[in-house]
Every structure is written in C-alpha cells, then in structure tokens.
Design a protein. Structure first.
Length: 447
C-alpha cells in the first residue's frame, strides 16, 4: 500500500507499513498518550438460497484509528485514507476532540510494551481464496442437495485482515488473521438439517462432509412426532452445548460479579458444575481462532476459567482489573470445554449408550429469563430426534426449553472429546457432545 497517494490497495498493510503509519502519528502528537490502531480487512461472502447462488461479493476496507489523551480527556478519530495527509488530519481531529472533552474517570493510558506470542493466525490458502473459490464450494453444497431433491441455503466466506496497535510508550503489535466460514441449512419439506464450520484455513471447512451430515439430518427429520413438554434426558451435539455455554461465558463479567448481579456472585472458587468439567482458553490451538494480542494491546495467553467445576477466573476490563489489583488479565477468545474421564469417539457412540433421550442438534433464539441464576429459554432446531434403546427411532417436533446451564451441567452422564462447534452466539469453540440426565422443556412448537 502506498501512503503517498490515494490509489487502489494492491495488497494488505504489512507490519512495516503499519509501523510507518503509526510513526507518522506518534512523532507528531502533542498528547500525553497516543494510540494508533489498524484494521485492514479484505474478504467476501457467497450466499446461496433455493439451490442457487444469489450473491457473490468481495470487499476491501481499511481503517486507521487515532486516540489522543490529555490527562483523562481523550479524543478519537478515524480515517479510511492511508495517505500521509489524511493520517495527520486524523491526528489533529483526535487532538481537537480531546481538548474539549470532559474527563473520563475510567480512562487508562495504553498498557506497557510487552512481548506477544507469535501464533499461526493466517493461512496462505485462505489469503489466496477469492470469489471463484467460494463459488466452487457453494456449488459443491448445492450440487449434493440437488442430487437428493433437497433445497440448500447458506454462505461461504473468507477473509484476511491486518490488525495492529501502537502507542507512544513503545507498545507495538501487528499480525495478519484469516477467517473462513461455511454454513448450510438443508430443507426437506418442513424438515431442516444444518451444519457449520469456521477455521483459519478454508481447506478445513470440509464442505462435502458437512453437507452430507446436514442432508442426513433433513431427511431423517421428516414426519416428526409430537412429545409433551416436561423434563427429559438429552443428548446435546457440540453446537447445542456451545449455544448454552455462550451464556455462561458472557456471565463471567467481573463488573456484574462485583455488583452482585452475576449468577456467579459469591461463588468464586466454589464448585458449581460437574467436578470433571473444565473450561480453558487455548489461543494456540490450531482449530480455534486464537490471537496474539487483544484490541486493548494485552497478550492472549492460555488460562483456565473453570477448573474441575470450580470457577477460577473472571473477565476483566483494564479499569476493573486495576481497581481490584489484577495484574494479568485473562482472555477467552479460544474456549475449550473438556471433561475428564473416558470419552466416546462419536455422537453415534453416545446414541448407542442411551436408553431414552431427546437428541438436540442445535438451539436457537436463546434468551435470558432470570439473570440471577442464568435461567434461559430457547428452541431446538435443525434436527431434533427421539433416541430409544441406543437408536434414533423418530424425528420429533421442536421443543422450547426453560432451564439454566448452571443446573443442567451439574451432572454429566457421558461425553465425547471436544469437537469444533460453531454457533451465532459463540463464534467458535471446542465442546463435547454429551448426555445430561435432565433438561426441562416447557412447550412444544408447531413445527
């Protein structure tokens, strides 16, 4: 990218180019503290519905943001034009805003410079993928569904981003991150099957395997039975587990804990869940979307949040952490939920161990009912089945559940190893499929 003239961007902003842009700001700033952040993104999405591609777009957008502080007064300005004049204009705007802004009582200067782990956040095959590659993958999924006289809808996306942060105290970090995603819903009459994937590598999306799994769910979901509401043993696939755990992750906020409004309030360092269950952050795991540093300029490191059922970490912003004397702030962008003990190999292996249960592929429209104990409500989706005597015997109409993950995960009967799970709520995590003795379903749906 040239910083001398406004021309089409031929390539992503490199580490050296970001350092040059940051120095343009940092050497000219009159503020007490100055921070520069970069988000240069190039990616696209191919959407398909009714067995045909309806959109195939490719976009490029870069933003350089400057934050200047005079004492506790701060101002922020951004630019999408990376020429020298525009970058310096953003600095001047940030300074003007800071001079007329009131004090921010929670403002903190940039974190001190420190080393950041070098992680494999970018894969060359994803960087090289474009509209043509995404179109091929979309057509592969559509073709499989057409062969079965089923209807496909979904997306294939890929992107690469240069992310950087620099400050006048010497803080500097920059890394390239790739992201590839696939989501497919297959419709067979009124029945649907679903599968999704996200990975740094577009080659890891496993389009054919996931398409066939969604097709199988849709075909098996025809002519569903209706079950009465009530408590049932359940077999939750990884996406369903992740959907419930998204709310657990969001509830780990330290501010709400200190205010007493968290469902974990007063339970820190206490056993709350099945004592074999552990939640950890694994930013270096090759199948997760870990990073080297956060948007605040903090390192992302491995950490354990729930250790054998005991809550051991809370999610802090920098101000709350400083107020409570927390030196190292843990992150949780690459969550892994695991269970000690002998694990089954596959979901089918779990099915064979079940006398009677409801198998749930996924949950959707999950909402909070009672934040104090994390009671949630939501509906099953894209494949809900009755298991009896170790076999899937029938599809059943979707059910609305009404329960708390802090109750249902107190006892786990059987599980698999952690598997990739992608949902709208969590983004991505590794979670096992598992069986639970009880989940309360409050009503049936019409479909």
């Amino acid at each position: 990218m040239s910083v001398l003239a406004a021309k089409p961007w031929p390539k992503m902003t490199s580490r050296e180019e970001f350092r040059f842009l940051a120095d343009l700001v940092l050497t000219r700033s009159s503020g007490d503290q100055t921070m520069v952040t970069l988000h240069d993104h190039h990616g696209g999405t191919t959407r398909f519905a009714n067995n045909q591609v309806v959109q195939n777009v490719d976009t490029r957008r870069g933003t350089l943001t400057v934050t200047v502080a005079f004492g506790r007064r701060r101002g922020t300005a951004s630019t999408t034009d990376f020429t020298a004049g525009s970058v310096q204009d953003a600095l001047m705007r940030a300074e003007r805003i800071a001079r007329v802004s009131p004090d921010d009582p929670e403002y903190l200067p940039p974190p001190e410079p420190q080393p950041f782990a070098a992680r494999e956040t970018a894969r060359p095959e994803t960087m090289a993928a474009g509209p043509t590659r995404r179109l091929e993958y979309a057509n592969e999924a559509i073709g499989q569904c057409r062969m079965e006289n089923l209807v496909a809808a979904g997306i294939v996306s890929s992107s690469v981003a240069s992310i950087g942060i620099a400050a006048n105290n010497g803080l500097f970090a920059c890394e390239t991150r790739t992201d590839a995603r696939f989501s497919l819903t297959v419709q067979a009459g009124e029945a649907t099957g679903w599968n999704a994937a996200a990975h740094r590598s577009i080659d890891h999306l496993k389009i054919q395997e996931r398409t066939l799994a969604a097709i199988q769910k849709a075909k098996r979901g025809r002519e569903p039975r209706e079950l009465p509401p009530g408590p049932y043993p359940v077999l939750l696939e990884p996406a369903a587990v992740a959907g419930l755990w998204a709310w657990v992750l969001w509830s780990l906020d330290a501010k709400s804990y200190e205010k007493g409004t968290s469902p974990f309030a007063g339970k820190f360092r206490q056993e709350m869940l099945d004592k074999r269950l552990t939640l950890a952050n694994a930013p270096g795991h090759p199948d997760l979307l870990g990073v080297g540093f956060t948007s605040e300029g903090l390192p992302s490191e491995p950490s354990t949040w729930i250790d054998h059922g005991v809550l051991t970490q809370l999610a802090y912003d920098r101000f709350t952490a400083q107020a409570h004397g927390i030196q190292a702030i843990p992150t949780l962008e690459a969550p892994v939920l695991s269970i000690d003990g002998a694990a089954c190999g596959t979901v089918l292996d779990l099915v064979k161990q079940v006398d009677r249960a409801i198998l749930v592929t996924n949950f959707w429209y999950i909402r909070s009912v009672n934040p104090s104990d994390l009671t949630l409500t939501g509906m099953t989706r894209d494949g809900t089945f009755l298991v009896e005597n170790g076999e899937i015997v029938a599809a059943i109409k979707n059910l609305r559940f009404h329960d708390s993950p802090l109750r249902v995960f107190r006892q786990i009967d059987a599980w698999t190893r952690p598997m990739e799970a992608v949902t709208a709520e969590t983004g991505k995590m590794l979670a096992p499929a598992l069986t639970l003795p009880r989940l309360h379903f409050s009503s049936a749906t019409r479909f």
